[in-house]
Design a protein around this ligand. Structure first.
Ligand code: PEP
Length: 256
């Protein structure tokens, strides 16, 4: 019922147009016959335009890693959502934990960005997740509930259906520590339960919730076969076409 979505977040690792092209050139033929999985690659801004042009007519989609919520003005160093629309960017990651932690983005700011992205038809992938100390002190669900309430504040049912949620336990991002399939599934089911309370079951059952945090080819299948895990947001393993493809294949296999 929910089409899995695999997103590759290149972070600040592969931003020259030539290196983006080199990876996409390998990925495109690998995924060309996979119809039951959405494949989205998110390069840095410097490689967005060239990547968007390069994937035209293929089943690879391109997303940005961030945006600001204002259309234009004195916001040095920021990127307008209108600029992303103008280059035909399809997706945008919002609220990644690196944005929240290093750049101090709040739930309130992410909510503004989210509303803006929806209003202009950019497809948002919204990341949420708890810190290690929060997990160890039994606060994971409390943190997730707050993030859902505040990040999705005043978001209608119709808008919610356009959003992809990425549950990314912060302690598992870039650390090689993956949540076990059971730990991930418990929180994914909890998120769906919160969405059921906030909207209703039919809407909650239609929203895609990706898992992110050290997904690799060797653990992807176990994670992706969980009932409430609808794909993955992949950092390190998305930099090479082969490893991203193996994760896409795992999504393809488990969604059949
Ligand atoms: C991410 O960047 O969202 C991520 C999950 O990174 P990694 O796969 O490297 O842990």
């Amino acid at each position: 019922m929910r089409k899995p979505i695999i997103g590759g977040n290149w972070k600040m690792n592969r931003g020259a147009p030539a290196e983006a092209k080199e990876m996409l050139e390998k990925l495109i033929p690998l995924v060309k016959n996979i119809e039951n999985v959405d494949v989205v690659v998110c390069p840095p801004f410097t490689a967005l335009t060239s990547s968007i042009d390069f994937v035209k007519g293929t089943n690879v989609k391109i997303g940005a890693q961030n945006m600001y919520f204002e259309d234009k003005g004195a916001f040095t160093g920021e990127i307008s959502p209108l600029f992303l629309k103008a280059i035909e960017c399809e997706y945008v990651i919002l609220g990644h934990s690196e944005r929240r932690n290093i750049f101090k983005e709040s739930d309130e700011l992410i909510n503004k960005k989210l509303k803006k992205s929806l209003s202009i038809g950019l497809k948002p992938i919204v990341a949420i997740g708890e810190h290690l100390e929060e997990r160890e002190s039994g606060k994971t669900k409390e943190v997730i509930q707050r993030q859902i309430d505040e990040t999705f504040k005043d978001i209608s049912k119709e808008e919610m259906l356009k959003i992809v949620i990425a549950y990314e336990p912060i302690w598992a991002i870039g650390t090689g520590k993956t949540a076990t399939p059971e730990q991930a599934e418990e929180i994914h089911a909890f998120i769906r339960e919160l969405l059921t309370q906030k909207y209703e079951k039919e809407t909650a059952d239609s929203i895609r919730i990706q898992y992110g945090g050290s997904i690799k080819p060797n653990n992807a299948e176990e994670l992706l076969k969980q009932a409430n895990i609808d794909g993955g947001l992949v950092g390190g393993a998305s930099l090479q076409a082969d490893s991203l493809f193996e994760i896409v294949q795992a999504a393809h296999k488990t969604s059949n």
